[in-house]
Design a protein around this ligand. Structure first.
Ligand code: 0RA
Length: 651
């Protein structure tokens, strides 16, 4: 493809003011990751959010209630909103249309109005110009003042004039942006329905009463999934209840113990919305947002919420004569089984932290604290039955925590007495630098035996597991640590768990789960991942957890051996070398001899490992709840769609 930047300059079709602007967008094309985080899937999907965020801003300003996102057959994206439409009149400063300023000028953003909360301009809020710069083609259509305007861009450069192409009803307004991400920039140009769905659903929860519709035109009406169900082509997200619906969604596969509570108030131009609902589970699902951005690292709004929750519940116990024991609840106690969404809108948010997802504005802490304290105290007074359920639950959590602490102390003392810190089943490696060490946690004693014989003992340790491990999703900490299999895993890894987790004590930088490629193996992988997710989450976040990929097939032809990881690999290979081959399908790891196990699954030079990552915490939380709950069908479906197909397992 020719470079439109050069074309424009050579043709001289545009005046000098463009050159400055182009210079700006050139930087975006040279170092795209600086603007959208990455050029892989994450960055690709970010381009969609960037546009949708602008439409959401229109909605927050009160002018838009419908946003359509369409994934085209050719992997293009169209975002249609019914907002006011991007202004098309001449921008006096730049001597071009306001639309062209927005599409070509870095950081022009959408809005010139400082008094509204902006979603765009937030985390990566870099403006539409960045999407335009990173699209090989972009068509924009605006309906405004009874006219339909249209302009085309290539790599951020306008290639047509802004033209009026028709007329419409004066009340009919909005913006349509159709773009094709540049495949010379993005390493991945295939949009993932589920990734877009997660964010769009989240936006619909956080901004109530907006219709957000996602359509996938790559799917034919008669496309079916592996179970034979017609795949869904279009989904609409619309939540009148806003974040109340969000916590109900988080608790969908749990048993809630009271109706969700909404706390919503504004103070000193900070808009605070909090929804809370306790369930009978032991896990905490608390999510915080600032201007619709998921503040994964928390910040002042979250601190304000946690402080207020703990103090308000303790005050209630203190004042209420029916509680004889005036148990002091900790912040952890009051969050056991809590689903909560804290959503604040702040005029000038300061984002801090490693991933710029921590709210720094210190004034927000006090504002959230005072709003949550006063509204929640009133709620508890007015709803004594719900109050009693919540307090009883937190008191149980406090007792369990105390019991767990005692049990842990006991285990520690026992270990000291027996001098046996490492489990007897562990075949450890000889290298002592954790960076160079890896541990294989292996399903079954026979595969464990082959792995011990096949390994390079300098840096590879083997811990065989006998059968399934405890489902930690359904057990309290006190029980989890009494399980022998689990305590073996914990001691071998070295970091301990929960509050006592210490990454500095990690004994292996690669922790590799090695299980069969069948349903039982999937279950074991999931049980292991649940343990890591709930009790040693940093191991996943810091990229220490991997899944081994044993081959499904051994194919021999003409003295050559080929291993295939998937059915697709096998079919492709057979297409190449012919089908008159000797094909062996492995039923399990146990069928491989030590040498085969080494060369297919363990040898760092030949093996494939999947790194486990957490793409989206809300979904990961729900997935574990679904996986470890009682429903079998959704569990199997998840494992089939996620565990085998993707390179990095996104939980
Ligand atoms: C600048 C000013 C105004 C609206 C927008 C931009 C705008 C941008 C996008 C991007 C996607 N959809 C959008 N809708 C609107 C304010 C317009 C006015 O004052 O009339």
């Amino acid at each position: 493809m020719t470079d439109p930047v050069k074309d424009v300059n050579q043709n001289g079709n545009y005046d000098a003011s463009h050159i400055v602007v182009l210079g700006g967008l050139d930087a975006v094309r040279k170092r795209p990751a600086m603007y959208i985080g990455s050029v892989s899937g994450t960055g690709l999907h970010h381009t969609v959010y960037e546009i949708v965020d602008n439409s959401i801003d229109e909605a927050l300003a009160g002018y838009c209630n419908k946003i359509n996102v369409i994934i085209g057959k050719d992997n293009s994206i169209t975002v249609i909103d019914n907002g006011r439409g991007i202004p098309t009149d001449l921008h006096p400063k730049f001597n071009m249309s306001a639309l062209e300023v927005v599409m070509t000028k870095l950081h022009a953003g959408g809005k010139f109005d400082k008094n509204t909360y902006k979603v765009s301009g937030g985390l990566h809020g870099v403006g539409l110009s960045v999407v335009s710069a990173l699209s090989k083609n972009l068509d924009i259509t605006v309906k405004r003042e009874g006219k339909i305007y249209h302009q085309k861009y290539q790599c951020g450069v306008p290639v047509t004039k802004l033209e009026i192409i028709g007329e419409c009803n004066i009340k009919d307004t909005g913006t349509t942006i159709h773009f094709w991400p540049d495949d010379s920039i993005f390493t991945d140009t295939v949009f993932d329905f589920q990734i877009l769905e997660t964010r769009l659903r989240e936006l619909a929860f956080l901004n109530k009463a907006i219709h957000i519709i996602l359509r996938d035109e790559r799917i034919e009406a008669d496309d079916r999934d592996t179970e034979g169900n017609v795949k869904s082509q279009e989904k609409e997200y619309y939540y009148e209840g806003g974040i109340i619906s969000f916590v109900e969604y988080l608790n969908k596969s749990k048993r809630a113990i009271h109706p969700a509570v909404l706390i919503a108030k504004a103070k000193d131009s900070v808009d605070v919305e909090v929804a809370i609902q306790y369930s009978d589970s032991y896990n905490e699902s608390v999510y915080s947002f600032v201007n619709n951005i998921n503040t994964v690292e928390g910040g002042s709004h979250l601190v304000g919420f946690k402080t207020a929750l703990t103090r308000t519940l303790n005050n209630y116990i203190e004042k209420n004569p029916s509680y004889k024991e005036k148990e002091k609840l900790s912040s952890d106690d009051v969050r056991e089984g809590l689903a909560a969404v804290i959503s604040v809108k702040v005029l000038e948010p300061q984002f801090e932290g490693q991933t710029k997802t921590k709210l720094g504005n210190s004034e927000v802490k006090g504002i959230v604290d005072s709003i949550v304290s006063s509204v929640l105290a009133t709620y508890l007074e007015e709803n004594p039955k719900t109050a009693a359920l919540i307090i009883d639950k937190a008191m149980l959590a406090a007792k369990a925590r105390e019991a767990a602490r005692k049990a842990r102390e006991l285990t520690r003392r026992k270990n000291v007495l027996e001098f046996s810190t490492l489990p007897g089943k562990l075949a450890d490696c000889s290298e002592t630098d954790p960076k160079k060490c890896e541990i294989f946690i292996v399903e079954g004693d026979s595969a464990g035996g082959s792995a011990k014989q096949g390994r390079k003992r300098e840096f590879q340790a083997i811990l065989p597991l006998k059968g399934k491990i405890l489902n930690v999703e359904k057990a309290r900490l006190a029980k989890v640590i009494t399980s022998e299999q689990i305590s073996n895993i914990i001691t071998a890894i070295g970091t301990s768990i929960s509050e006592e987790f210490n990454i500095a004590k990690l004994r292996y930088h690669k922790i590799i789960i090695m299980a069969d490629s069948d349903v039982d193996g999937s279950h074991i992988r999931t049980l292991m991942l649940t343990l890591f997710y709930r009790y040693m989450k940093s191991l996943i976040e810091q990229g220490h957890i991997y899944l081994a990929q044993p081959p499904l097939y051994l194919i021999k032809k003409g003295g050559q051996k080929y291993y295939c990881l998937t059915d697709k690999d096998k079919d492709e290979l057979l297409a190449k070398i012919g089908t008159d081959v000797n094909i062996q399908r492995y039923k399990g790891l146990g069928e491989m001899n030590p040498e085969q196990l080494w060369e297919t699954t363990m040898d760092p030079d030949l093996r494939t490992l999947k790194k486990v990552t957490i793409e989206d915490a809300v979904e990961a939380d729900r997935i574990f709840e679904t996986l470890m709950g009682d429903e079998v069908a959704p569990r199997r479906e998840f494992i089939e769609t996620h565990a085998k197909e993707v390179q990095n397992l996104d939980i």
